[in-house]
Design a protein. Sequence first.
Length: 201
Amino acid sequence: MRRSLCAIMMLMALTGCDMSDSQDRAFLFGAFIADQPTKTDITRFNDGFKTQLDVVLVFIGWGTMLDTSTITDVNAENATLMITLEPWDPETKTGIDLERLQAHGYDDYLQRLADQLDSVTGTVYMRFAHEMNGDWYPWSISRISSETYANAYRYVHAFFTQAGVRDLQWVFTVNWENVPPENSFIAAYPGDEFVDFIGVD
């Protein structure tokens, strides 16, 4: 969940973890700080935590594009974008038709998003359909099956690859526990060739 990121960051600050110089750290420091984070938001966060954000997380619903000013401001602050692409209508929270996805029914949108991503300077981290092992999203594997999920993930990955998006790193992000227990993320794993990092919420 989004709030877990803030909890992790606060824990790091309270335990005295040195976050002042990204060059000396053995990890990247990232956060979700606003739906459309601005330069002011990032500066305020950095000053408050006495750190330099390496990664700024944003969420976009299906059919929507990244805010261009967010891209500009994140780049200006020498941070990297991490995008959570949620395959649902952001207003109604209704999941997209994953069979239509694989039948090329959303290719126009994916191409527009691919073009925008390719315009971003530097690396972009992509989290597609996160927390599939929970039971709260339409793409939960308890609702759509692990095979359907993995195929959808592979399709989106393949589309962006074939579209020539540069410097896109894929983050397979699971919830910290399976909800319910039999809703295991392991069966939904799309394969090493489609994943650059594993994330845990």
